[in-house]
Design a protein around this ligand. Structure first.
Ligand SMILES: Nc1nc2c(ncn2[C@@H]2O[C@H](COP(=O)(O)OP(=O)(O)OP(=O)(O)O)[C@@H](O)[C@H]2O)c(=O)[nH]1
Ligand SMILES: [Mg+2]
Length: 482
């Protein structure tokens, strides 16, 4: 038996919460032998798990799937072809092909040692057919790719079919087997693989990859089996984590989940609020892949609170990846308050904001969305920010600290309301029993003199409902001040 290590993530200002201390889980092994023609036993308790799983899969898939862990560090020269299409979805209409290309290049350059050596925007209406490009474009692109010296072709399309890959290989690459073809799904998977830290994230990525691999193999049984094993292990891990969450709820520690497009500053924001030194914000897409929890105390009330740092979203996030992360997001989606952080300085801000709202609407209950705070970060980089018609915009700069105190107060107000806190002013005799009781059992926000009698003071207190009822029962004669 070993004590669950995740405990440290549930800490308040560096101190572990006692809620998670005594959970024990049996040490479990994950075994892929026989099925993957390897005798290797894979232990999920070791960090090496991912490499083991990866190399085991690659053992039998070298020919078709050139994605072994050794290759993860290899240099790549990437030729990017951004397709320009008519989008039906409203979320994509406010974005342009240039902005999409900029995002595609950022995605590639998120990968260490990968660089974009040439990129083009190419018009097409045939992204679903076998031949994506017309014959004129094919010849031109084929020449450009071959003279660029690229070893990787990134066609910016959500998912290429096998037929399309074969077609592209023939028409654009002259059947050159040394040039790898990537679609958006595969690029995002590459990024996820490198950035995942916890075994839950790694298992989810492995799961997201399974259909991709199965698609390319004749032996479906092999992959069905791997999928079954990964799901089982993931279930087990998630159940254990869910137990931790139940205990958090029992302790009534409220949870605030911070969502948003990738790289908007979610981690930076939580770091500024919680001062958690373990958080490492990075100027990189998908820096955070594991949902992590960080404790803080609310300033006025001393109420303990937990912030969940979540994985960033992107436009048209591959469906399989959402599916894979849905379960792990479920704790964060159960939060008492949602914060949607937006990068106010991003040229594609509107499209980013819309696509996060769309994904959240798919995943979260409607009432959580209604109460959500949309917060515009990085205002230090913006000269003129458009006024909003309906609500007053909350604008902050995590870098400069602007707006953070106001936002923290707003979060506190919302959370205390959610927890059923009432603010009342009571007329109490100084040094009386009820005076001490209030200091002990409520949050005293303000003490002021009582006009009529100097023996009495007005105490503005925050009470949760049950404590308020208890107080009235014990001290029925205490008056509420006007
Ligand atoms: N100028 C400016 N930069 C900021 C601000 N907040 C965050 N950043 C920068 O934005 C970059 C991304 O920050 P992160 O906190 O890692 O963003 P994230 O949303 O957690 O990103 P992912 O985890 O990758 O989705 C970092 O370089 C931060 O320093 C801000 O208010 N102003
Ligand atoms: Mg982050």
């Amino acid at each position: 038996m070993n004590i669950l290590r995740k405990i440290s993530k549930f800490s308040l200002n560096g101190q572990n919460l006692p809620i998670c201390r005594l959970i024990k889980i049996p040490k479990r092994k994950f075994c892929l032998k026989n099925r993957l023609q390897t005798e290797q036993e894979i232990s999920l308790d070791e960090n090496l798990y991912w490499d083991n799983l990866q190399s085991s899969l690659d053992e039998s898939s070298k020919a078709i799937y050139p994605n072994s862990s050794k290759l993860l560090k290899a240099e790549k020269n990437v030729f990017v072809l951004q397709l320009k299409m008519q989008y039906k979805s409203k979320a994509r209409q406010s974005t342009s092909a240039d902005l999409q290309l900029a995002e595609s290049i950022s995605l590639v350059e998120t990968l260490d040692n990968w660089k974009v050596i040439e990129s083009h925007i190419v018009g097409t209406k045939k992204s679903s057919s076998r031949e994506i490009f017309g014959s004129g474009n094919q010849d031109l692109l084929s020449k450009k790719i071959s003279s660029s010296g690229a070893d990787t072709l990134f066609i910016v399309i959500d998912r290429l079919t096998n037929l399309q890959v074969n077609g592209l290989r023939q028409t654009l690459l002259g059947n050159n087997p040394n040039i790898a073809i990537y679609d958006r799904y595969k690029i995002v998977l590459e990024i996820f693989k490198r950035n995942a830290r916890s075994s839950i994230a790694k298992l989810q990525i492995a799961l997201a990859e399974i259909p991709y691999l199965r698609h390319k193999f004749e032996n479906n049984e092999l992959f069905k089996n791997v999928e079954k094993r990964i799901r089982k292990e993931l279930d087990f891990k998630l159940k254990t984590r869910s137990l931790l969450n139940t205990q958090r709820r029992e302790k009534q520690i409220p949870l605030v989940s911070v969502f948003g497009y990738t790289n908007v500053g979610k981690t930076t924001f939580i770091k500024s609020i919680t001062n958690d030194e373990k958080l490492k914000p990075k100027n990189q897409l998908f820096a955070t892949l594991d949902i992590t929890y960080h404790g803080a105390s609310l300033c006025n009330s001393n109420q303990d609170i937990i912030f969940a740092d979540t994985i960033g979203f992107i436009n048209d996030i591959p469906h399989n990846l959402i599916e894979a992360f849905k379960t792990s997001l479920s704790d964060a989606l159960n939060a008492d308050l949602f914060i949607h952080l937006v990068d106010s300085s991003h040229p594609d801000r509107e499209a980013q904001e819309k696509s996060v709202n769309k994904i959240l609407l798919d995943l979260a209950p409607e009432e959580k969305m209604k109460d959500m705070l949309t917060v515009y970060n990085k205002i230090d980089k913006v000269k003129h920010f458009p006024k909003s018609s309906d609500t007053e915009r909350i604008m902050i700069s995590c870098k400069k600290g602007d707006g953070l105190i106001e936002l923290r107060n707003l979060i506190e107000k919302k959370i205390l309301k959610k927890l059923g806190y009432l603010e009342i002013t009571l007329r109490v005799a100084q040094g009386s029993e009820e005076f001490s009781y209030l200091y002990k059992n409520s949050i005293v926000k303000e003490v002021s003199e009582c006009d009529q009698d100097s023996n009495f003071v007005n105490l503005k207190v925050l009470f949760n409902k049950s404590n308020a009822l208890k107080f009235i029962k014990i001290y029925p004669n205490v008056k509420i001040s006007k």
